[in-house]
Design a binder for this molecule. Structure first.
Ligand SMILES: Nc1ncnc2c1ncn2[C@@H]1O[C@H](COP(=O)(O)OP(=O)(O)OP(=O)(O)O)[C@@H](O)[C@H]1O
Ligand SMILES: [Mg+2]
Length: 404
């Protein structure tokens, strides 16, 4: 039931339709439009409004708390402003790779956007073992374009600081600080651990060296304001079809470390890689898909690093950051951060509160434990050896060696 705090919630389908009608003329709403609540996420309300011709738009509304928990977990409405502004920024630098934003209404805490339903959720596509040529390149290109143009490589000093102020996102960063960097590394009541994995989990919780590495990554997450990052770039935020990707849901965005977005993508590819051990289907098919995943990661990194360095060469204005040698060093830092944050994401998706369908899909608990164990081992490798593994080939070799 609506309370004062959430009085802005659309009360019924007619209210959602009125919102669309007030802010866009793309739909013909004169004859029986349909409204469907499609949100499969945890946090907000998402509706698809379709007209009699089959054209549709998406409405996303934030309430001052987490949808699936209720008023017990309050959350600032500023997240929907951040989502709207980040969609606009991303559209500038990576046109056609995000849903077009048609309207943002602070009063309704809602946005109206393009329906990207002609694309498939990448997590679901990976569980079905669907292959898309050029997927890694497209994600790498998106990351290079959005991260470069919101970093000090491109923005003027004043502009960068204004961006920093505009995207302070304390509530959502607060969630990430806890669910990524604290819960999975201790016996937290929010965790969900497969009972067959308890011993592995206890070893992780007792590992002091690992704790120090995770503390360093957490401190970087809280202090390294390198670029406007998406902040939640798991495979459920990436929609895909042949030759095209659409990135949704940037409500966790803030100015943070470049390696965090790269790492979240890497982790979710490796979570699916781990799940392939236990998912149904012929062994050959599953092994072939694992090779495909590694090839996409190879292309992603090459495309990201080349595109970022080229942009730096062509468009950087700050003479103080012009050293080619230093830029190479910075790229090595991004790589090490990518590995570290990927490890943290894999840990939290295996031991923490929010698991992934790739692993959950494995009904047999023992088979699932094998996949989850591979995920934990990869996570430890990524976190503890992030500076030693000097390039993508070294990483991919280690991944394959560890599975063997
Ligand atoms: N622009 C869009 N076009 C088509 N479908 C969309 C669009 N935006 C969201 N969706 C659908 O709604 C679902 C939930 O959207 P989204 O992830 O933005 O919501 P959320 O409440 O922020 O979720 P989360 O808990 O993951 O943060 C998506 O998985 C997708 O199926
Ligand atoms: Mg979200």
């Amino acid at each position: 039931m609506a309370t004062d705090k959430s009085a802005h919630k659309f009360s019924d389908d007619a209210a959602v339709i009125a919102f669309v009608s007030a802010h866009s003329d793309r739909l013909d709403l004169s004859a029986q439009p349909s409204v469907e609540e499609i949100g499969d996420g945890n946090i907000n309300y998402v509706y698809r409004v379709r007209d009699h011709r089959g054209f549709s738009l998406i409405v996303k509304q934030a309430l001052p708390y987490i949808r699936i928990i209720g008023e017990g977990w309050p959350l600032s409405l500023d997240r929907i402003r951040i989502e709207a502004e980040v969609l606009l920024s991303e559209a500038c630098w990576a046109p056609h790779q995000v849903p077009e934003l048609l309207h943002y209404s602070p009063a309704d805490a809602a946005i109206l956007m393009e329906d990207v339903g002609d694309h498939q959720n990448l997590r679901h596509a990976m569980i079905e073992r669907r292959e898309f040529a050029g997927l890694g390149q497209q994600i790498g290109g998106f990351l290079a374009a959005t991260l470069f143009h919101t970093s000090d490589f491109f923005l003027g000093s004043q502009e960068k600081k204004a961006q920093l102020a505009s995207f302070i996102n304390p509530d959502l960063c607060g969630i990430s600080e806890e669910v990524y960097f604290i819960d999975p590394f201790c016996d937290h009541e929010r965790n969900r651990v497969n009972p067959l994995l308890l011993e592995d989990a206890r070893n992780i919780w007792a590992d002091e060296g690992l704790r120090a590495d995770v503390a360093e990554l957490k401190y970087g997450f809280m202090n390294r304001t390198e670029a406007l990052i998406h902040g939640d770039l798991h495979t459920g935020s990436i929609f895909v079809r042949d030759g095209s990707i659409k990135i949704i849901d940037p409500e966790f965005a803030f100015c943070g470390p470049v390696g965090f977005d790269l790492g979240t993508v890497l982790a979710n590819f490796l979570l699916n890689y781990s799940a392939q051990l236990g998912l149904s289907g012929h062994a050959d098919e599953r092994t072939r898909y694992q090779r495909y995943l590694l090839q996409q990661l190879r292309e992603l990194w090459h495309c990201f690093s080349q595109a970022f360095l080229e942009l730096a060469e062509q468009k950087s204005k700050d003479p103080g950051l012009a050293s080619v040698q230093w830029r190479q060093r910075k790229m090595a830092d991004f790589f090490a951060d990518m590995l570290g944050y990927a490890g943290v994401e894999m840990m939290r998706r295996t031991l923490g509160i929010a698991h992934v369908a790739d692993l959950e899909e494995i009904a047999d608990e023992r088979l699932r434990a094998d996949s989850e164990r591979l995920s934990l081992r990869l996570a430890c490798l990524l976190i503890t050896r992030r500076r030693e593994l000097s390039d993508i080939e070294a990483l991919l070799e280690e991944v394959q060696a560890l599975q063997a």
